[in-house]
Design a protein. Sequence first.
Length: 134
Amino acid sequence: MKHITRIERKHSGYGWLVRYRGQAKWFSDSRFGSALRAQQAARFYLAEIKKKNRPPQPKSGVPGVVKAVVKSGEKSWDCYVVQIKSAGIYKRFYPHRYRSDSKALQEAIEFRRRMEAQMQENPELMKKKKVATL
């Protein structure tokens, strides 16, 4: 189970440890009466903190297209980043190259959709291979 680990040590006890986004909580077998009940409590706790701590949605409105700031020395530039990890695709779209923020965003969204269509047509692209970088 992701984020839940079974720990069995004589000196620290037996139980389940839930770790999620920097938070950790211990569910002891002895406190809950059995390993099964402790596991159920750990799963319930994990579900609750996942509901409360949902990952932020991209401001672009499209998954895989995010606004970022690229820094080099003392200079920094805003850009939109398209990333498709399964295909090894990572490409930046800078507003100053497109003369406006909205045009850079639109180009990033169109690029993302083109790449998704290509991957649907040709599943071989899903292998970790760099397709486009900047």
